[in-house]
Design a protein around this ligand. Structure first.
Ligand code: SAM
Length: 240
């Protein structure tokens, strides 16, 4: 999977891309991240990438030209996916979208800065606009890191034997059950005895119950959409 990231601050990515699971995936050639500095596609000695907004007002707007030329320079690989503009006004990013993106061979990201990008970038250069939440960041770089990480961990072999993503929150439309590790007692709080019982079926049922309970308490909206099994429905009934 190749990610091409258009940004004014490529150095923001360097230590992040070296660390942890993602760093190892890059080392193993499972993921490739190419960083393009939008400034390299500006024209003139001053390498200008932004300008004042037409109509007046505060702040600067990223010019369309350098972004357009940077995008033109990206070689598309077979099976390429969307060209994504990060924006607080975009469609909210979800785990389902991460799965769809994990099917692609290449995704291109455009990171905005300042007041955002010239509106014409939206209509001529990109085919998806994504938000990572209802708040405003200074730039799209953190959003790109969020999406790269969420998508990469779904690519086969990236997590390796370390752990599975299949029980993670959102995978079956629910939040995941709680986890415990040693010590058995921490500040007078004991690990639930069932987890020490060695009875796999009881543990499975306890986890299912916790997952449903947690989802109902914290994210009732997810429960409305989740595909619930007969067992799930029976547990929910029992919980009421
Ligand atoms: N003036 C814009 C608005 O109010 O919609 C906000 C611009 S923001 C300061 C600068 C850049 O940060 C955006 O162009 C976008 O790339 C990125 N950004 C900010 N918040 C974001 C979010 N919630 N999700 C994704 N990208 C975001």
């Amino acid at each position: 999977m190749k990610f091409d990231v258009l940004t004014l601050f490529p150095d923001m990515f360097t230590s992040y891309l070296r660390e942890g699971i993602l760093g190892r995936a890059i080392e193993r050639g499972l993921v490739d991240v190419a960083l393009l500095n939008i400034r390299d596609f500006s024209r003139g000695v001053h390498r200008v990438v932004d300008d004042r907004p037409y109509g007046g007002g505060e702040g600067m707007v990223m010019k369309a030209g350098p972004i357009f030329r940077a995008l033109q320079s990206v070689e598309r690989v077979e099976g390429y996916g969307p060209v994504v503009l990060f924006s607080p006004q975009g469609e909210p990013f979800t785990q389902d979208m991460a799965w769809d993106m994990a099917e692609c061979r290449q995704i291109i990201f455009v990171c905005g800065r300042y007041e955002g990008v010239d509106e014409r970038v939206r209509s001529t250069c990109v085919n998806m606009e994504l938000s990572i939440g209802d708040y405003v960041l200074n730039g799209g770089e953190l959003a790109a890191m969020v999406v790269i990480e969420a998508v990469s961990r779904l690519i086969p072999d990236v997590l390796g034997g370390e752990r599975s993503n299949l029980e993670d929150s959102f995978e079956n439309g629910l939040l995941e059950y709680p986890h415990y590790t040693r010590p058995r007692v921490f500040k007078d709080l004991e690990v639930p005895p069932v987890l020490l019982s060695g009875d796999h079926e009881k543990i499975r049922l306890w986890r299912k119950k916790q997952s449903l309970k947690r989802t109902r308490e914290r994210r009732a909206d997810l429960l409305q959409k989740a595909e619930l099994s007969l067992e799930d429905k029976a547990i929910l009934e029992e919980l009421t």
